[in-house]
Design a protein around this ligand. Structure first.
Ligand code: BT5
Length: 331
């Protein structure tokens, strides 16, 4: 454990050294002399940093140079009181939960890299450098039944930010994914600590594949990134600021539920949902409590509060509700 920690420290010192000279070649010898690390060890740490997604070029003659990502420097504003930027962390949600009791509502934790990023139900979340991995802490003075508003607000905020900054048409796949061209670009993990009738804190974890090559994702994930869809890299700082601005608006908005319905990619689709039971049918409506109503083929209407949803083939698409913002009812 101590050995691993020391190795990580050395990697971070090398990273900081390269960061001090962004885009410029730094010789292995001068870096080694300065940091007291052998040239062979530097090469080992560079390989480790590359495995985390940092783009570091190496040349036997010139040394090393860092090609991105731009360092995170987001300024707190509005309801966002404090930003905690981290180089590398297991999971920003775990970090946020650890500090939540002593933290102000509106604290934001952002990491360059997560080494044990989490999805729902113990699934893992790939979080290399170039993405946006952040968690916000809120203390909303509301009952636990209101917690779904946090996921709603985050997904609406991400869609609006992607639309206003890049003109991208992002859509929300129930319950917690944001899609671009039907592929997952963002996942949201909301966790709460609550007493019976009141929330102590909410942590909203938002993971966005910003500047990541799609080839980094296994094909079966059906994942994409913003840079992949746009054909160019984007400024993560600009995007984070926009998302935080939109998140504040969404959390306070009386139209949040309508916006969420309007942006749904699931509504009107034929779906297979795995909750307590497996349900197949048409996603007929969305409840303001975050639930999904599915009309099964035998006519039964099932309300699902939580689960995993799979959109079935586009050729199975029914109804006219998609993108129109209206909830089509199938009587
Ligand atoms: C989610 O879970 O979509 C929630 C992901 C939340 C990540 C954020 S990052 C900041 C904060 N800190 C954390 O530790 N987590 C949050 P779920 O619906 O369970 O989806 C997980 C599944 O998505 C995995 O089983 C993979 O199939 C797939 N996946 C993993 N990494 C991905 C990525 N980077 N992009 C797209 N799909 C991914």
């Amino acid at each position: 454990m101590i050995k691993k920690k020391r190795a990580e420290d050395a990697s971070h010192r090398i990273l900081s050294y390269l960061r001090a000279n962004p885009g410029e070649w730094v010789s292995g010898k001068s870096m080694g002399d300065e940091l007291g690390v052998s040239r062979a060890a530097i090469w080992k740490h560079v390989r480790y940093l590359r495995s985390l997604g940092y783009r570091i070029e190496a040349s036997p003659r010139l040394g090393y140079r860092l090609l991105g990502p731009e360092p995170l420097h987001v300024v707190a504003s509005g309801m966002w009181k404090r930003l905690i930027p981290l180089e590398s962390v297991g999971s920003t949600n775990d970090f946020a939960r650890d500090i939540a009791s002593e933290s102000e509502s509106g604290t934001v934790v952002i990491a360059e890299v997560q080494t044990s990023g989490r999805g729902r139900l113990g699934r893992s979340w790939l979080s290399p450098a170039g993405g946006i991995w952040m968690s916000v802490i809120l203390k909303p003075n509301a009952p636990p039944t209101e917690a779904f508003r946090a996921t709603m607000a985050a997904s609406v905020a991400v869609c609006k930010a992607l639309s206003s900054l890049y003109g991208l048409e992002a859509r929300i796949k129930w319950p917690n994914d944001v899609l671009l061209n039907n592929k997952k670009v963002c996942g949201i993990l909301t966790e709460i600590s609550a007493e019976l009738d009141v929330i102590k804190y909410v942590v909203i974890g938002i993971g966005i594949n910003a500047n990541i090559r799609a080839s980094e994702f296994p094909e079966e994930w059906n994942a994409t990134s913003i840079s992949e869809e746009l054909g160019r890299e984007v400024s993560r700082n600009e995007l984070i600021s926009k998302i935080l601005e939109e998140l504040e608006l969404s959390l306070k908005s009386e139209d949040l539920y309508q916006d969420w319905v309007h942006l749904s990619a699931t509504l009107g689709r034929r779906v297979r949902v795995y909750g307590f039971n497996e349900v197949i049918g048409v996603a007929e409506s969305l409840g303001s409590d975050g639930s999904l109503m599915v009309r099964m083929d035998d006519g039964t209407l099932v309300k699902i509060l939580a689960g995993d949803c799979m959109h079935l083939r586009t050729s199975d698409l029914v109804g006219t509700a998609l993108n129109s913002g209206e909830v089509t009812r199938y009587a």
